[in-house]
Ligand binder design. Structure first.
Ligand code: IYR
Length: 218
């Protein structure tokens, strides 16, 4: 049965207003940087809730909304996550990652130590739902694509709210399911430490692809 429909339109912008908004949005997002040093400054009440609602506006396969956002603020849980993540990352840097991979990461200065997992006031663990909460017969479609889009919106929303994030993908991530006591159909997808950059925080002076490099127009 098709859903009932409701009227829909987009704001009727002039060409100039359209371009101005597109430019302003790009400039705002281009200011975003992944931060690895966080301060303990608390996040204002209600901000994470709004950003998660923004993430939940993402399109998804058959509108199944195959995501859940687990917000961790409890220092004991943050410490458990840090300990487990550092154990996995130790093995990654020690023997699981190729030499080429480690060389590629060198300019970014990452290593197996993840203090941000305890210092950042909140960690958002984005879960991809393999199927609906009702059970395996509640099928989900294009889960990776859908959750990936939701993560992009979440990162953009957090940035817009003046917060910094780090896109952390400890690997393998199975430990998160255990530490967070989540059911088996919730698969950790990405972990975002969220907060404010530490005083004197530095980020690598990296450059983004130009329009010519990142697009093809036919
Ligand atoms: N997961 C490891 C390694 C790592 C991999 C990529 I690709 C990065 O962009 C950064 C780090 C870690 O978190 O250190």
């Amino acid at each position: 049965m098709p859903l009932p429909t409701v009227p829909y339109s987009v704001p009727d912008l002039s060409a100039g207003e359209s371009l101005a908004r597109a430019q302003a949005f790009y400039e705002r997002l281009n200011h975003r940087r992944t931060v690895r040093e966080f301060s303990a400054r608390p996040i204002p009440e209600g901000v994470l809730e709004q950003c998660i609602l923004a993430a939940g506006t993402a399109p998804s396969g058959a509108h199944k909304q195959p995501w859940r956002f687990v917000v961790v603020r409890d220092p004991i849980v943050k410490r458990a996550i840090r300990e487990a993540a550092e154990k996995e990352e130790h093995d990654n840097y020690e023997w699981r990652m190729s030499e080429a991979w480690k060389r590629d990461l060198e300019p970014l200065g990452t290593d197996e130590h993840k203090p941000f997992l305890e210092v950042a006031p909140a960690l958002i663990v984005v879960m991809a739902l393999k199927h609906g909460d009702e059970g395996p017969e509640a099928l989900h479609y294009y889960v990776q694509e859908s959750v990936g889009i939701a993560c992009g919106l979440l990162i953009a929303a957090l940035h817009t709210a003046g917060l910094a994030t780090l896109t952390h993908t400890p690997s393998p991530m199975g430990f998160l399911q255990k530490v967070l006591e989540r059911p088996a159909h919730e698969r950790p997808f990405v972990l975002l430490p969220v907060g404010y950059p530490a005083k004197g925080c530095q980020v690598p002076d990296l450059h983004r692809k130009s329009l010519g490099e990142l697009s093809v127009w036919l």
